[in-house]
Design a binder for this molecule. Structure first.
Ligand SMILES: N[C@@H](CCC(=O)N[C@@H](CS)C(=O)NCC(=O)O)C(=O)O
Length: 95
């Protein structure tokens, strides 16, 4: 089983006018990956969840949920884009 297959859900915490979020959204779109988007300016609950569970209200942040129930909160646009690229490569190799 590849690492790519062990991921249950990806969710990007973001907001529209954040430039780091825009770069991250574009990278995700270019890779053609399906990632749920959670806008923390439009939805207070998303902001609260990010702050409580992720640790801080900084965006972008990628919530990575594994099949085994583990959840990881990945901050920093460069790290998220690196993760997305790796993920896409693994999916391509697994196909
Ligand atoms: N180095 C970070 C910068 C992210 C950043 O500064 N995000 C701003 C919005 S554009 C933010 O969330 N600021 C609130 C905070 O850091 O608490 C990245 O590349 O993701």
């Amino acid at each position: 089983m590849t690492k790519a297959q062990s991921i249950k859900n990806l969710a990007l915490y973001h907001y529209q006018s954040c430039p780091y979020c825009a770069v991250t959204r574009r990278a995700i779109d270019q890779k053609g990956l399906t990632v749920e988007r959670r806008d923390i300016q439009k939805n207070r609950e998303h902001r609260n969840t990010l702050t409580r569970q992720g640790g801080k209200p900084q965006v972008p942040c990628l919530r990575i949920e594994r099949d085994n129930g583990n959840v990881e909160w990945l901050y920093e646009s460069a790290s998220i884009i690196q993760f997305i690229n790796r993920q896409k490569n693994e999916l391509t190799q697994a196909a």
